[in-house]
Write a protein that binds this ligand. Structure first.
Ligand SMILES: Cc1cc2nc3c(=O)[nH]c(=O)nc-3n(C[C@H](O)[C@H](O)[C@H](O)COP(=O)(O)O)c2cc1C
Length: 164
């Protein structure tokens, strides 16, 4: 069975984590795009409200066919200590029955634990099983530093042996 990495990223930090992962674990990578404009100050506030309320959003692709995949990574930035609406919407649109899932969250400084907990509840409700998870702090850090931490985590968590 193959491995898939599904992620949403507004400012490319979660994308960097996903791409770094994909270089190390053999995986197909799917970026989920939020069709709602999330840029600018007002949209930032609305984004936090949407995340807090777990409001659904329009995403592209609207779902991913996971039939050929046994292991699924799902990654999101932390918004108001919650998963992003794009990832909440994606989880609800995907069939995760019998799938092993590894969750990851990026955050400026705090709230990632809550994000993982909430995503775990949601994937379990859809028949998936969280087999591992990790969080990455991105606030005040160079992209190279973030990338190095991901590579260290991949080794420490033995992520390369999952899904083989
Ligand atoms: C609407 C919004 C709310 C956020 N809320 C939090 C938060 O509660 N805690 C935190 O540490 N970072 C928060 N952040 C920062 C992001 O989680 C962080 O910068 C993340 O790594 C960005 O990932 P991205 O570049 O993939 O979008 C928030 C960012 C946005 C846009």
């Amino acid at each position: 069975m193959k491995t898939a990495i599904l992620y949403y990223s507004r400012t490319r930090k979660t994308a960097l984590v996903a791409r770094t992962l994909a270089e190390k674990v053999q995986a197909d990578i799917f970026e989920i795009v939020d069709l709602k404009n999330r840029m600018g100050t007002l949209n930032y506030m609305n984004a936090s409200i949407d995340a807090l309320r777990e409001n659904k959003t329009q995403i592209k692709p609207s779902s991913v066919d996971l039939e050929d995949y046994g292991l699924i990574y799902i990654g999101t930035p932390t918004w108001a200590e919650k998963p992003s609406p794009a990832i909440i919407t994606l989880i609800d649109n995907c069939d995760l029955k019998g799938k092993d899932v590894i969750l990851f969250a990026t955050m400026s400084s705090r709230g990632g634990k809550n994000v993982i907990e909430r995503m775990k509840e949601k994937i379990e409700a859809r028949g998936g099983r969280m087999v591992n998870s990790f969080m990455i702090k991105t606030g005040n850090r160079e992209l190279e530093e973030v990338k190095e931490e991901v590579n260290t985590l991949i080794e420490e968590m033995d992520l390369e042996i999952y899904g083989i």
